[in-house]
Design a protein around this ligand. Sequence first.
Ligand code: UGA
Length: 447
Amino acid sequence: MEMTTISVFGLGRVGLSTAVCFANKGYRVIGIDTNENVVEQIRKRRPPFFEPQLDEYLKAAIDRETFLATCDPSLSQESDLILIAVGTATRDGKTDLSGVENAAATIGRSLSQTEHRQVIVIKSTVPPGTARKVVKPTVEREFNRTADKQFGLCSNPEFLREGNALHEVEFPDRIIIGSDDPEAAETLERFYREFHGGKLPPIIRTTHENAELIKYANNAFLATKVSFINCVANVAERFPFTDVKTVAAGIGVDARIGSEFLNAGLGWGGSCLPKDLDAMIEFSRASGYNPQLLEAVAEINRKQWQKATQAARDALGELAGKRVAILGFSFKPQTDDFRGAASIPIINDLLSEGADVVLYDPASMDNARKVFQDRVSYARSAYDCVEGAECCIVVTEWDEFRTIPPSAFVERMAQPIVIDGRRIYEPDEFMHAGVRLWAIGLGPRNE
Ligand code: UGA
């Protein structure tokens, strides 16, 4: 196959992870970002955010000279595939498409004037209709030619999870290609066939709009699954001898339900599920449909974190002056990302009642310092964090928290009250060891 050059507009988590994986397979990849600091850092082989193995992949790609980061969009000119992977934030649920529009305009201005047909691929998450009504006309306006002749357009949403992004670029569950241009769709499919070789996942070819909606429906379903099990957890807590973990295991074996995304906790966060659910609620309403189910999913999540501080209040009474240890700041393990993290409202709530908060996270301490400055104290390790505390709340299920034995809480804390917001501890083991454990979705142990 002659195709060798791929440009990626936007070097955030999706763009950079995708770029380095393609570059390490030998494709020539040009990564373009408007942020000079980001480009500078990447050129120095330093990923601008934490993602497992990204540093190794980035170094390898730069060393084999298959990856170049730049602010200069004209370098994308001779590319075969041009990926748009810029962020799409939401404001009051409405998706801000300015980044996608800017990228489309820049691409339009830099498209090759030769007869070489280029395929623009939208990876950014955008509401149904965006490829057809925003991206295509923007590129055409700036390029001054129509799509069918000179460039093709595909919608190709990504499903990468933070903390597992590189693996998921290499081994995705499926590839969605939306387009009304069979030649462009064929070009993109051919590329993926070559990239994945013998490990080709199912490929679904469809319209732009289906591809766009699939991405939102996917994230909305994941959020629904988690809010559902959190709802079951809230019910379970009211019935003696129940445990949501066992209930989740019991329903998860039903092939129609599946066992993933059934871990009850303090709610779903991150940059994607909250943003995409809000956007889907917004564009559903704007279309005249009232998405009641999605609203309930969001509402359950808005309240879920409050269970941690309520449990602390129930255990300690007054929180003023009480030392509360928080284990975990990031929205989930294996990332330093704290966007939408339950830790933030929990800590704010504790501080508003005068608690003395001490925090530890294995990857996100610098971010935590930026958010809370000197309003909380920062521990050097999980063990250091619980020292002298009257209550400990597990907010993120990092592996290094899972291995803390109950004796460490009993010996180090002023009183061993542990609120397990992510169900990482074995209740019977902890209770027998003398820990006063409160855990999400765990019913009373007696009648
Ligand atoms: C999510 C999707 O999983 C990806 O498929 C998608 O590509 C990505 O958004 C995106 O749109 O870019 P991510 O934001 O990395 O990925 O996070 P998830 O792993 O989905 O976790 C989301 C939240 O749900 C986390 O706060 C996590 O703690 C919570 N969660 C997840 C639970 O509380 N319980 C579970 O069983 C699973």
